[in-house]
Design a protein around this ligand. Structure first.
Ligand SMILES: [Zn+2]
Length: 166
């Protein structure tokens, strides 16, 4: 019987050891995962910064091209493609502006929302536009109140009709 307890004690001890070893492995793995996540997020930050700087390089080359300055021949085709898309974008924006009845920035002629305070392209303050917006809102309010008056009249008529029926 004493042997049995001795064995049990031994078994429990080795079980406890195994568990703590396993816990150590798990915590090591967790540490590793955290470390990997940290490094990965550093990579992401640097990659994003590179993307941004690549874009800046491209933009400065395109700006050179737009100003008629000499651009490396291998970039000319790309710049021309960008320029073509830019004018298509302009045309699309004009289309949208016509549909929505947007205002035009007095400085860069960019179409802006009637509610815009600053031009989204050049940053010019759009005081006139915001004034227009107030007028615009007033019209809206008027229309709304007219509409509710109409509704009120309709209700009256309906009430009258109901009264006559009775
Ligand atoms: Zn502008």
């Amino acid at each position: 019987m004493a042997d049995f307890f001795e064995n049990l004690k031994g078994n429990l001890e080795s079980l406890g050891k195994t568990i703590s070893e396993k816990a150590e492995v798990v915590s090591k793995k967790t540490e590793e995962a955290v470390e990997i996540q940290k490094i990965k997020s550093q990579i992401r930050v640097m990659e994003r910064s590179n993307e941004r700087d690549f874009q800046a390089i491209g933009k400065s080359i395109y700006e050179h091209f737009q100003k008629g300055k000499a651009v490396d021949s291998e970039f000319v085709e790309l710049c021309e493609a960008i320029e073509e898309r830019d004018s298509s974008i302009e045309a699309c924006k004009r289309q949208v502006a016509e549909i929505k009845g947007l205002d035009v920035c007095p400085n860069c002629k960019e179409h802006v929302e009637p509610s815009a305070v600053y031009c989204s392209k050049c940053g010019t303050k759009l005081e006139q536009e915001s004034y227009d917006e107030v007028e615009f809102e007033d019209e809206d309010t008027k229309e709304t109140s007219e509409a509710s008056e109409e509704t009120a009249e309709e209700t009256k008529e309906t009430a009258g009709a109901t009264a006559e029926e009775e």
